[in-house]
Design a protein around this ligand. Structure first.
Ligand code: CA
Ligand code: CA
Length: 417
């Protein structure tokens, strides 16, 4: 037992030697990432050990009650993500990030029923104390369930966060020029000097990144996945917004964007209902309720493609309502007005004009179809030539509507009251 422990220590020591040597070769060698897929489901990450991926509960000594569970309830990469629950204050420490340009990137899932507050935090100093100068917060994004807004400290509440979808948070950290840019779902949320910290402009920040903190300050559960710290990517990345919500027939504006690759970009949307668009931010409406898969494919100037898919959730009971208006006679013919008093378009409305009673020599029955009848629209239907004698009853049907009208036929003239 003792022997195997010392062998482990020897291996760890060699790994550190290798890391120490490679760190001087170039910043890319420092790249770190965690997709949470190598752990066991429901594994608890709290003690900072290699088996916990270095994740630990906030505090010196480490607070094991502030750890987090690996879950398969949601994931950006299958099968797992990390669950940040009410008591979570999960920290990962980093060393060597003291110069160069870095991207801290992670994917976040905020459930529809999320309440209260949860935070994504980066620190330039960390001693577990929970106070400056031992701990200095450089990025602090608060996701506030009450307002639905993201608050970037130093900047204040700004854009809404998105529920029920995986969204990328990206921090571009330039430790050479002392600049920080924070992006949410491809949109610039805030930018300021890295050393302008949450404690205030020009107070306490140092040109290094030493820790991330995933902190739920009473907030309900959120998830993170595919967290990385690496040189900024230049790969083409596509953002398609969503999920989108709307009623049948309601115009929805879809928002697309792209980063990386070689601009300019071309955009092609597939709305999942057979319709497409080539604008960056098109407007579209759906004719039936349901959940549609919406995909945006972006092609850059080098012909490189990227795709982003989301959903459009369409609700509503917008249906056509067919009614029959005035029935009128005249020379040879009966006319009737068919109205759509509903909120949705009608298609292929079957109709008929039938005469019963009297002696009808010609035109006893006329069937037909109205191909489309828009909401609020009217159409006039006309019978075939009618010739006959005597009192009759005209019955008009259209869709499920029926209306009858007494009339008198005098050879070629149909008299209605
Ligand atoms: Ca553990
Ligand atoms: Ca994963």
């Amino acid at each position: 037992m003792k022997k195997s422990c010392s062998r482990k220590i020897l291996v760890i020591g060699l790994v550190f030697l290798f890391l120490g040597a490679s760190a001087t070769l170039g910043s890319a060698n420092l790249a770190w990432s965690d997709n949470f897929d190598s752990y066991a489901n429901d594994q608890y990450l709290e003690d900072g050990s290699p088996g916990d991926g270095g994740w630990q509960g906030w505090g010196i000594p480490i607070d094991p009650t502030a750890g987090a569970y690996v879950r398969d309830d949601q994931y950006h990469s299958a099968p797992y993500s990390v669950e940040i629950a009410t008591t979570t204050d999960l920290v990962h420490l980093y060393t060597g990030y003291t110069a160069g340009v870095w991207e801290y990137k992670l994917w976040q899932f905020i459930p529809t029923d999320f309440t209260l507050d949860t935070y994504f935090i980066l620190l330039s100093d960390y001693d577990g104390s929970g106070a400056a100068p031992g701990c200095v917060w450089t990025v602090q994004l608060g996701f506030h369930g009450a307002t639905g807004l993201i608050e970037s400290q130093l900047v204040g509440p700004s854009m809404p966060f998105v529920r029920n979808a995986w969204k990328k948070i990206s921090c571009i950290i330039d430790l050479d020029t002392d600049w920080l840019q924070i992006y949410y779902d491809g949109t610039l949320l805030a930018e300021h000097a890295w050393t302008d910290t949450v404690q205030g402009t020009g107070t306490g920040g140092t040109l290094k990144l030493v820790a991330v903190d995933l902190f739920s300050d009473t907030g309900s559960i959120v998830y993170y996945d595919d967290i990385s710290l690496d040189v900024p990517t230049t790969d083409l990345e596509v953002f398609c917004g969503g999920p989108y919500y709307g009623d049948v027939g309601e115009d929805i504006t879809f928002t697309g964007s792209a980063t990386g690759g070689t601009p300019p970009y071309t955009f092609e949307w597939d709305f999942g209902d057979g319709n497409t668009a080539t604008e960056q931010n098109p407007t579209h409406n759906y004719t039936a309720a349901g959940t549609y898969d919406v995909c945006l494919t972006v092609t850059d100037n080098d012909g490189q493609n990227g795709t982003c898919c989301t959903t459009a959730i369409i609700t509503g009971t917008q249906e056509p309502v067919i009614e029959i208006g005035t029935i009128t006679g005249g020379l040879f013919k009966v006319k009737a007005v068919v109205k759509n008093t509903g909120t949705g378009a009608a298609t292929n409305v079957s109709w008929s004009i039938d005469l019963a009673g009297g002696i009808i020599l010609l035109g006893k029955a006329t069937p037909g179809t109205i191909p489309t009848l828009a909401a609020g629209g009217t159409a006039t239907i006309t019978s075939k030539m009618i010739v006959g004698f005597g009192k009759t009853v005209i019955t008009v049907t259209a869709g499920t509507a029926t209306k009858s009208q007494n009339a008198t036929v005098l050879l070629i003239f149909i008299k209605t009251p």
